[in-house]
Design a protein around this ligand. Structure first.
Ligand SMILES: Cc1ncc(COP(=O)(O)O)c(C=O)c1O
Length: 415
């Protein structure tokens, strides 16, 4: 079958499709595979129970069930949910929001793809890019744009820290491409577990304003939910130059495919028109659950009182187990400041990260090779071939066994 450029673009090889495929097939081929590769949130019984109860509440009420199953939402999504979220964000963070600043989305992935294609590519002012001021970034962005060359990126500064840790920050000499259509960061960052400081965001926002472009902040792991920030020094950030993406996935609802976009009303209007053409309407389950979980800030409390401490404790356990298992291996671990990944930098790794990935898979451990997270750079960078990502949204037993396998395989490779 002959495909269009669009068809070829979206049906070709891409990091995110390989990742999702591999997660499925690895588990089918080896049901005992230690799954430290994917981005699924952890199973936390208390949290699952709350969602089950919310579903039961909807299912046992005829009017709620009908509105969940039997109607399309308007282009921006459920008005009452948008009004309530706007009011809560205004009260909690002082952001001057109304319902017109918020659109429901079918999750952060599809929202990003729509936004990126609305902004980047050929335009009346020439070819423009989404600029990532700091990579590594989320692999799911890499193939989202229809036009080739829609991304540009800058290398970060690397700071070596005590105890085998390191941290990325914005390069102090950062130059934003003149043809940038927007800046974009995930915060907390997938894959590194980095959290950009408030000052870094202010700097980026000011630089974006100066160029007359928006700053996209993808807070899929961030505040106010699931609130996976592990330092008190970082706060949520929004101005009317920011396009903020929130998601219900990492609170434990990735199957619901729902999220929120918060931006200036003109952009919300433009986005919701594009979303209507592409999706007709957003799904109803996310807003239905939100209308049960947002009142009284149940969702925000769940995030700060259950999810955040749970993942923070896991990060500490994972770090300790890995440090013990990797003794003697040349390895720096990115300071785990948020999200639920450990990002390992293996300087001088004698094989490609793909070969390492295959060896680990044969040994029963699934991780993510880091190379595909360095998209948009204009020159080669050895560091981009020396990193892997591990998820710690798993059981302690899995962490223990996975760390042991990683230690054995790396020691053999570095020997
Ligand atoms: C940074 C980031 N943004 C967006 C997404 C996609 O989220 P959603 O499930 O809301 O589409 C992910 C998923 O892993 C992510 O890590």
């Amino acid at each position: 079958m002959k495909l269009s450029h669009y068809g070829n673009r979206y049906s070709g090889q891409s990091g995110i499709v390989t990742l999702m495929d591999d997660l499925g097939s690895a588990l089918r081929d080896n049901p005992d595979m230690l799954m430290m590769g994917g981005g699924s949130p952890a199973r936390i019984p208390e949290v699952e129970k709350l969602y089950q109860q919310a579903l039961q509440q909807i299912a046992s009420d005829a009017a709620l069930s009908q509105s969940l199953l039997g109607r399309y939402q308007g282009p921006k999504g459920d008005l009452a949910v948008r009004q309530l979220l706007a009011q809560q964000l205004a009260e909690d963070h002082g952001w001057p929001l109304t319902a017109d600043h918020i659109a429901l989305t079918n999750g952060g992935q599809s929202a990003f793809a729509i936004i990126a294609n609305m902004l980047a590519g050929d335009s009346d002012s020439g070819h423009r890019t989404i600029h990532f001021p700091l990579v590594p970034e989320y692999i799911g962005y890499a193939d989202a744009c229809i036009e080739n060359g829609s991304f540009s990126a800058s290398q970060p500064a690397i700071h070596l820290l005590p105890d085998g840790l390191f941290k990325y920050t914005l390069d102090p000499d950062l130059v934003i491409a003149a043809n940038a259509a927007a800046l974009c960061v995930s915060r907390p960052t997938n894959p590194s577990g980095n959290v950009l400081s408030d000052a870094e965001l202010q700097w980026l926002d000011a630089a974006a304003c100066k160029q007359g472009i928006p700053l996209i902040i993808d807070a899929a792991y961030g505040l106010p939910f699931p609130a996976l920030h592990y330092t008190n020094e970082t706060n949520p950030y929004w101005t009317d130059n920011v396009i903020l993406l929130l998601s219900l996935s990492k609170v434990g609802l990735p199957g619901v495919r729902s999220g929120f976009m918060i931006a200036a009303p003109e952009f919300v209007e433009a986005f919701s028109r594009a979303n209507t053409i592409l999706n007709l309407a957003v799904g109803n389950l996310g807003p239905a659950l939100a209308s049960i979980l947002l009142p009284g800030r149940q969702l925000q409390r769940l995030a700060s009182e259950v999810l955040q401490p749970w993942y923070k404790a896991k990060a500490a356990t994972a770090l300790q187990l890995l440090r013990t298992a990797l003794q003697g291996v040349p390895c720096h671990i990115h300071q785990p400041q948020g999200a639920f990944f450990l990002w390992l930098w293996l300087p001088g790794l004698p094989v490609s990260t793909l070969q390492l990935y295959e060896e680990l898979k044969r040994a029963g451990l699934l991780v993510i090779p880091g190379d595909s997270s360095f998209f948009g750079l204009s020159s080669p960078w050895q560091h981009s071939h020396e990193c892997i990502r591990l998820s710690y949204a798993v059981s302690d037993q899995c962490l223990q066994q996975g760390s042991a396998i990683l230690g054995q395989v790396l020691r053999r490779i570095f020997a």
